[in-house]
Design a protein around this ligand. Structure first.
Ligand SMILES: O=P(O)(O)OC[C@H]1O[C@](O)(COP(=O)(O)O)[C@@H](O)[C@@H]1O
Ligand SMILES: [Mg+2]
Ligand SMILES: [Mg+2]
Length: 341
């Protein structure tokens, strides 16, 4: 018996419906979101045929993070910048791959209320091995006056001031997940019509979880509290369903997507050498914290809410403990991070 045909709701239709809930809304934020989705569709096309086009491997340059850039990092970065520069809704961007922010000074962009931050390609170490990778983005309302180019202050705002944040995961299917203050929704790319269609409405991060996720290879470098929590996760306790399962894909987007859907905790703690860990506050941790909190989970740096951190620099890093309320609270009861955020 043929399964009942599902009515497809495209991202466009969904964002227009959402806008209608706000009588004063102008639709600029939704249109900006659609531009980001367009850029990610272009990136997705290259990712899907990466082995057949000259997009695998290193590019040869090093970014401001001191990391070797992959060809796909550069392609994704250029694609997002080109699409957003031509979008009438974006005043400027900051990227994990660019030293400085870029202010667009054409007559339309200087009138735009919003700036966009992005990690164009997340999970770079997984590009050449065909494991899930992604793009992470976030949108702030400007604090600088409209009519003139945006300033650094527009990008150095606390995560709690975000208007929207999301990610696209290039995995077995390509999905876009985004959050506003109204909630978190997931859309799957329907290849035959080239549209993101609503597939995961009103995502909620399970309160409990039995999966812990971190680079266990670094365990000896983590502080005692983190190591005690790992012991707790691996300890036998039938009643509490321990030991928990360890899962680590090595792409934050993929590890967070699993945590959002199945529950659990994702961590990238600081260690003796890197007290602030590896992940970037503005491009990775703030957007993911905004999404997980909007889905009922929590995100902490060890001594406080990620979204309350007042950014000092565009590329600063922060430790992160994020996911299901119960398991992250448990982890924090073991951990007192000495991060200088
Ligand atoms: O290899 P490690 O140290 O475990 O780090 C993996 C982490 O680094 C990242 O790849 C960093 O992101 P980029 O790929 O955007 O640089 C995260 O996606 C991932 O969670
Ligand atoms: Mg990243
Ligand atoms: Mg990246």
């Amino acid at each position: 018996m043929e399964s009942k045909k599902r009515k497809l709701i495209t991202l466009d239709e969904f964002t227009i419906q959402e806008t209608r809930q706000f009588p004063n809304a102008t639709g600029e934020l939704s249109s900006l979101l659609r531009d980001i989705a367009l850029a990610c569709k272009i990136i997705n096309k290259q990712v899907n045929k990466a082995g057949l086009v000259d997009i695998l491997g290193k590019h040869g340059a090093t970014n401001v993070q001191g990391e070797e850039q992959m060809k796909l990092d550069i392609f994704a970065n250029d694609t997002l910048i080109n699409v957003l520069q031509n979008s009438a809704e974006c005043a400027g961007i900051a990227s994990e791959e660019n030293d400085e922010f870029l202010a667009f000074d054409d007559p339309y962009s200087v009138q735009s209320k919003y700036v966009v931050l992005f990690d164009p390609l997340d999970g770079s170490s997984n590009i050449d091995v065909n494991a899930s990778i992604g793009t992470i983005f976030s949108i702030y309302r400007r604090v600088s006056p409209l009519g003139s180019p945006c300033t650094e202050a527009d990008f150095l705002q606390e995560g709690s001031r975000l208007m929207a944040a999301g990610y696209v995961i290039y995995g077995s299917s390509t999905m876009l997940v985004y959050a506003t203050k109204l909630g978190v929704n997931g859309f799957t790319l329907e290849g035959s019509i080239g549209e993101f269609c609503l597939s995961h409405p009103n995502l909620q991060c399970p309160e409990k979880g039995k999966i812990y996720s971190l680079n266990q290879g670094n365990s000896n470098k983590y502080e005692q509290g983190v190591r005690n929590f790992l012991e707790y996760c691996m300890e036998e306790n039938k009643e509490e369903g321990r030991p928990y399962s360890h899962r680590y894909i090595g792409s934050m987007v993929a590890d967070l997507h699993r945590t959002l859907i199945k529950g659990g905790i994702f961590m990238y703690p600081g260690d003796k050498k890197n007290v602030n860990g590896k992940l970037r506050l503005q491009y990775e941790c703030n957007p993911m914290a905004f999404i997980v909190e909007a889905a009922g989970g929590i995100a902490d740096f060890g001594n406080g809410r990620i979204l309350d951190i007042m950014p000092k620099e565009l590329h600063q890093r922060t430790p992160i403990f994020i996911g299901s309320k119960q398991l992250v609270s448990k982890a924090l009861s073991f951990v007192t991070e000495k991060a200088s955020v």
